[in-house]
Design a protein. Structure first.
Length: 205
């Protein structure tokens, strides 16, 4: 293991290395970069992270990240509240919003059903989606999950939960390759997939 001349440096590197995709060498570069910055900038960085962790909220309607109890998207009267786009993560909300082709609302599940990872329906925001649909305000649910085995399993589970409500359900067109993660699709492809979405019948497609 690499030896450090400072216990404080070693501790900081250890914390940065806990971030996804960050090894100890990269963590060391980041820490040394911060040390080269003016003290005020380093403190501002630390304050931003601390404030984020303390004050960021999850929207009580769609579970997107928000500064308030209800996020800016759910609060916009110009959005089509009759259409709800179901996504896996907050990153997927950002990806769809970047297409500028969708004007409905969202519902963030917080993941997909994955028995191998110990994630079941109860670990996701599926019950709250069912409640939104049963309120009668939602006319269409777009299942915008990544076209992976786990995503398709989750699509089918949600379909079975909502089937009796009579709400229209659709999925993204297969402009996105099977096995791809939604957040990595380019904006043009993702936008076309939403615009050209297909009815979801619960069968293989």
């Amino acid at each position: 293991m690499q030896q450090y001349s400072s216990t404080l440096l070693e501790k900081a590197v250890g914390e940065f290395a806990k971030l996804p995709g960050i090894g100890r060498k990269t963590a060391l570069r980041l820490v040394l970069h911060l040390l080269r910055q003016p003290e005020a900038e380093a403190i501002a960085f630390a304050d931003a992270v601390a404030t984020l962790r303390r004050e960021v909220k999850y929207c009580k309607v769609c579970h997107n990240l928000s500064d308030t109890d209800v996020c800016d998207i759910c609060s916009q009267p110009s959005r089509d509240s009759s259409t709800v786009c179901v996504v896996e993560t907050v990153r997927d909300v950002i990806a769809v919003e970047n297409t500028s082709l969708y004007r409905g609302l969202y519902h963030v599940l917080g993941g997909v059903i994955s028995p191998m990872d110990g994630i079941g329906p109860a670990d996701l925001e599926i019950d709250s989606l069912v409640e939104r649909v049963r309120s009668g305000k939602v006319k269409e649910v777009i299942l915008a999950l990544s076209p992976t085995m786990e995503g398709d399993t989750t699509n089918f589970y949600i379909y079975r939960k909502l089937e009796a409500t009579g709400v229209a359900m659709s999925v993204l067109s297969r402009g996105i390759s099977v096995g791809d993660e939604l957040e990595y699709a380019d904006e043009a492809t993702l936008g076309r997939s939403i615009v050209n979405r297909m009815p979801f019948t619960g069968k293989s497609y």
